[in-house]
Design a protein around this ligand. Structure first.
Ligand SMILES: [Ca+2]
Ligand SMILES: [Ca+2]
Length: 317
């Protein structure tokens, strides 16, 4: 029976362990103070199933082990108008001895539990967190509730905040970009990025200028017909051919990059912002003419400056 079992189910077991090793963490939100990512599951589950679901995602059923975790859980609850969630705190091992999934005793947690008489059948082995109460409440582990998973692990991919696979994370600037080859005028380029839940790229540093220069060179090398020499980026002239502002209302200097290509700006009928592909320096270009452009997105779970290990991992994605 054992051998037969393996022959039939062996491949399945391998598949399952593969999934566990590669948690799908796209929906996780990074909370810096917790040192990890949290996700509110909007499907109700019993405590057992909730614990299993989190484990399959490489996470644990979240508990308010400290202030940061409690605030993060409550933040997810209030954002989704969730009144009550199950937590990982339970006493299923020994009645009255409450621990989190990770083994932290209730006594050392930031939040206490409501003192109330235990029910006769003593089935309230799980602790719930509710929006209206500062304390946790006892409840049945068999009730199906919403729940939150928590993981300190690095997500398998940075969430660029868009489903568009064309966006790639750039660790040097900690931003996501998509290079659009199809030429569009400046306004169409702006609208295209906006439709993709991003914005026309704004150059905020010499590093970012170099990143765009490299993107231009790489795309250009892959094409049979070379790109035009400039691409649109996110700044315009307010109309006097002197006052250049980014699409976020900053002067170029305040935005962090105001180096012009030699001979630019030319101050004619050229009111839209562009960048020379060859050197990453600024140009003024005709708004109605068409050229390639870059869209820029703010990742939802950016890496922190202090966490070099995490950043190294992300560089390999
Ligand atoms: Ca930028
Ligand atoms: Ca020009």
């Amino acid at each position: 029976m054992g051998k037969m079992f393996y022959l039939v189910f062996g491949p399945l077991l391998i598949t399952i362990s593969f999934i566990e090793a590669n948690p799908e963490q796209r929906d996780y939100v990074y909370y810096p103070k917790t040192g990890g990512w949290l996700k509110l599951h909007l499907d109700r589950a019993t405590w057992r199933d909730a614990r299993l679901t989190c484990a399959q995602e490489g996470a644990v059923l979240a508990s308010p082990e400290n202030d940061a975790l409690e605030q993060a859980i409550r933040n997810l609850m209030s954002k989704s108008k969730t009144m009550k969630v199950n937590t990982g705190v339970h006493d299923t091992f020994a009645t009255g001895h409450y621990y989190s999934i990770e083994g932290t005793p209730l006594s050392s947690m930031a939040v206490s539990v409501q003192e109330e008489p235990l029910n006769a059948s003593r089935t309230e082995n799980c602790l719930y967190l509710t929006q209206d109460d500062t304390e946790m409440t006892r409840g049945s582990c068999l009730d199906a509730l919403l729940f939150v998973c928590f993981t300190r692990k690095t997500p398998t991919a940075v969430d660029c905040g868009t489903d568009d696979k064309g966006y790639k994370y750039e660790s040097r600037t900690k931003r996501c970009y998509k290079f659009h080859i199809e030429p569009k005028n400046w306004s169409e380029a702006f609208a295209t990025c906006s439709d993709e839940n991003s914005h026309l790229a704004v150059i905020n540093s010499e590093v970012e200028s170099r990143v765009f220069q490299e993107m231009y060179a790489k795309v250009n090398a892959s094409l049979d017909e070379p790109l035009y020499e400039v691409i649109f980026v996110g700044f315009t002239d307010l109309g006097d051919h002197k006052t250049w502002m980014t699409i976020h209302g900053q002067t170029l200097k305040d935005a962090g990059f105001n180096l012009w290509h030699p001979g630019q700006p030319e101050n004619q009928d050229t009111l839209c912002g562009a960048m020379y592909g060859v050197d990453g320096l600024l140009d003024d270009y005709f708004c109605q003419k068409t050229c390639a452009f870059i869209c820029e997105a703010d990742p939802r779970n950016p890496v922190t400056n202090t966490d070099n290990k995490r950043e190294l991992t992300l560089n390999m994605v």
